[in-house]
Design a protein around this ligand. Structure first.
Ligand code: FE2
Length: 391
């Protein structure tokens, strides 16, 4: 918890109070909302629910409820600012640590305590909000990335086939019994999968630029023509020529789907994606927010999955063909608003985790979801094909 908090505070350290409260995009909260929400979530689950204590200020629970307050209205709320906001983060943390001191996480009669669920959930929640905050921070002109360390990227790029084969058969999908996982990753169940092919790496900027040039489809978010037939990309206030080797990022589901069809392929289902990711080594993946961008497609050869696919974890979230829904036998836990209210066909599943996700969050069974029109998230994709199609 301390490490996650240290990182959250480091991310906002370069910003002014005005930048913390500014609305940069209708799709993203002001950073001050994320900060208050992180503390409020900790107060709700550790201090109130596990600890049985009263909140410091009951009204805050309403302002920082993500479902009650959709993003466009969040800057109209009487949010905590400045020293008051920092004080609330610190006060809640103090009370949460007191609760942790006297909580027995070996108890198996309370699912919130078993396996230290509530504690793991808090860390994952703060880490996931760091990624959301980075979606906004990359729009801040001249933002100086704290702890920026490009040396974390393993650049070894080995030539290889465009697609790799995944054998058909029975695959166990979802989170295994032990260890922290969200409700939507359970229960683990068996799925029959036909043999298929999957791209060895995420689709690159070079390939996507060819698609845009040939079809006139929309470019990804943050791209603009360079006036000479190429593209520039702006990120963290820096406008740079497009690096063709990197995975394409900031595309929506429709762009991914149209690219796949244009190339004679399709998007993988999320089950296919998870089958192709089996055996991936998360120790060799571009995660943890230190590279502040993607590694070239073909990097992290040592992290290859069993079928030989690279970068299944890290770099970009990967759009899949699948609507977000509960697995057979799904049970909401610890609250319906985590996953269940998003079931029903409006949202698509993304897998794999981007450079801005952290190791506490990402695992092969982790399911992310968003509306198919969203492009501000760190999303790219790779394509699949039935066996016998493609390369
Ligand atoms: Fe949240």
């Amino acid at each position: 918890m301390a490490a996650a908090r240290e990182r959250t505070l480091a991310l906002i350290e370069p910003l002014s109070e005005q930048q913390l409260n500014r609305v940069y995009s209708e799709l993203l909260s002001p950073l001050a909302w994320d900060l208050g929400h992180i503390a409020n979530f900790e107060e709700l689950w550790l201090v109130q629910t596990v600890g049985g204590l009263e909140p410091l200020d009951g009204a805050l629970g309403r302002y920082y409820d993500a479902i009650e307050n959709p993003r466009p209205v969040r800057n109209q709320l009487p949010l905590l600012r400045g020293e008051e906001l920092r004080g609330y983060l610190a006060d809640v943390r103090g009370r949460a640590l007191d609760v942790l001191d006297r909580t027995d996480f070996d108890r198996t009669d309370d699912p919130l305590l078993e396996g230290a669920f509530a504690y793991e959930m808090l860390i994952a929640h703060e880490r996931q909000h760091q990624e959301t905050m980075l979606q906004l921070l990359q729009m801040v002109d001249g933002y100086e990335c704290p702890g920026y360390d490009p040396s974390v990227v393993e650049l070894a790029v080995e030539p290889g086939p465009e697609m790799v084969a995944v054998p058909g058969g029975s695959y166990s999908i979802g989170a295994a019994g032990a260890g922290f996982a969200y409700d939507n990753e359970r229960p683990r169940h068996t799925v029959e999968i036909e043999p298929f092919l999957i791209d060895r790496t995420p689709v690159t900027n070079a390939a996507f630029a060819r698609f845009v040039d040939e079809t006139g489809d929309e470019p990804p978010l943050y791209w603009e023509p360079d006036g000479e037939g190429g593209w520039l990309r702006t990120v963290f206030g820096r406008r740079e020529p497009l690096d063709e080797r990197l995975p394409v990022i900031h595309v929506d589901w429709g762009q991914a789907e149209r690219f796949a069809r244009w190339s004679g392929k399709r998007l993988p289902t999320e089950y296919e994606w998870e089958a192709a990711a089996a055996g991936t080594d998360p120790g060799h993946a571009n995660l943890d927010q230190l590279a502040y961008g993607c590694a070239p497609a073909g990097a992290y050869a040592e992290g290859a999955s069993a079928c030989g696919a690279l970068q299944m974890l890290g770099d970009v979230w990967e759009w899949t063909a699948t609507d977000f829904a509960g697995y057979p036998g799904f049970q909401a836990f610890p609250y319906r608003e985590y996953s269940e209210v998003f079931f029903g066909g409006d949202y698509r599943v993304l897998r794999g985790g981007a450079w801005a996700a952290t190791r506490e969050v990402v695992r092969p069974s982790f399911r992310n979801w968003d509306l198919p029109v969203r492009r501000q998230i760190f999303a790219g994709f790779r394509c699949a094909a039935d066996s016998g199609v493609g390369s």
